[in-house]
Design a protein around this ligand. Structure first.
Ligand SMILES: CC(C)(COP(=O)(O)OP(=O)(O)OC[C@H]1O[C@@H](n2cnc3c(N)ncnc32)[C@H](O)[C@@H]1OP(=O)(O)O)[C@@H](O)C(=O)NCCC(=O)NCCS
Length: 338
């Protein structure tokens, strides 16, 4: 039975069952990834940026003989943002290939269509059943990135310490746990805005104006995700010349996520990219002693960043693709196939 589901009011048993399914999916499809924990999972599933909405549905097995509710075998979340609905569909490995994934996509797609959105996007991890699944539903590949993972246990720390100081004269680095300090928010947003039009392929949502940046930081905190930032400040102008953002999620605190890294055009060529990332890793080592890995996503064309990441010790792991489909066509096709 598939029904709409609100993580804010769901029972703890249901949230735990959603977590079990997620971890069974990870074990089957991405066995090297750390399993998720329950801490702040409800908030992770509920909290969104102002102006965005997330609608969820779950597929629950029939009650057992003891009358207790059955486990949640699959779920779909539709995040409505801008002019697109982004779906996340998960089906427990034991319940796959029986049409449940297709049913979950159809129910979410109908709502996305009713809400007036024209296209649906999904993230698809390379070398998993999701590729054949979305292609069978008519989704097409828009974009490919490479995920790379850095194992902190294999890092050469003295070399990294050297890298962190290898920044040109006239710049200094600042470590900002929790987010940029308030007096630098505007300069920070300016640095992000400058690369807004540069197609360097980062998938992660960025915040270009101070208010959106504050909202985005608040949302991260509410979702149980702790941001860390290293800034390169241009001493002469006080401008933010470069920044790198890493988030440690309460749901998988041993593996952090690299978000944006930006070096503003005028400040390129001074070793800022390498230095801020190296400094970040050094700081995380003491700020988050249980952290063992950092993962990052890069466009395959972004050679400069890939080179620095390789120097730091990142190893390419998987292709990470964006697929999309026209909602009306998808609903029509799935309805016709029923
Ligand atoms: C992708 C996923 C949702 C599919 O769920 P499902 O319930 O097995 O899908 P369905 O049974 O509805 O399959 C629909 C069609 O997709 C295609 N398909 C699905 N899985 C496939 C596979 N492993 N190989 C080839 N085709 C596949 C088939 O055409 C299938 O139709 P058919 O069974 O009649 O041939 C499921 O595998 C899943 O949860 N994967 C993890 C997704 C994810 O986001 N992971 C992120 C962390 S790894």
């Amino acid at each position: 039975m598939v029904r709409e589901w609100d993580p804010r009011t769901a029972s703890s048993d249901e949230v735990a069952s959603v977590l079990d399914t997620l971890n069974a999916v990870l074990a089957a499809d991405l066995p090297q990834d750390p399993p998720w924990r329950e801490s702040s999972l409800r908030e992770y599933l509920s909290e969104v940026m102002p102006g965005e909405r997330r609608i969820s549905w779950v597929a629950q097995a029939e009650p057992g003989q003891d009358g207790r509710p059955g486990p949640i075998l699959g779920h779909v979340h539709a995040l409505l943002l801008g002019d697109i609905g982004v779906l996340e569909v998960l089906v427990h490995p034991a319940a796959r290939r029986s049409g449940l994934g297709r049913e979950l996509v159809l129910i979410a797609a109908r709502r996305v269509y009713q809400e007036g959105f024209r296209s649906i996007g999904v993230e698809v991890v390379g070398d998993t059943p999701a590729v054949a699944f979305y292609e069978s539903l008519g989704f097409t590949r828009e974009y490919v990135e490479t995920r790379s993972v850095l194992d902190l246990r294999a890092v050469d720390w003295p070399t990294l310490a050297e890298m962190s100081t290898g920044v040109g004269a006239g710049y200094h680095l600042e470590f900002c746990p929790g987010g940029p300090p308030d007096d630098l928010i505007e300069a920070y947003a300016r640095a992000k805005a400058e690369v807004r039009d540069v197609d360097d392929g980062e998938l992660r949502p960025s915040s270009y104006d101070p208010q959106r940046l504050r909202d985005s930081l608040d949302t991260l905190h509410r979702r149980g995700m702790k941001p860390y930032i290293v800034l390169a400040l241009h001493e002469h102008s006080g401008e933010v010349a470069g920044l790198t953002e890493v988030v440690v999620p309460a749901q998988h605190p041993t593996r952090a996520d690299q978000y944006d890294t930006i070096v503003v055009q005028d400040h390129r060529g001074y070793g800022i990219d390498r230095a801020i990332k190296a400094r970040m890793l050094l700081e995380l080592r003491s700020a988050e002693p249980t952290l063992t890995e950092v993962q990052t996503w890069n466009a395959q064309a972004n050679e400069a960043m890939l080179k620095v990441n390789a120097e730091l010790g990142y190893r390419p792991d998987r292709e990470w693709c964006e697929y999309s489909v026209d909602v009306a066509e998808l609903v029509h096709r799935l309805d016709a196939a029923r």
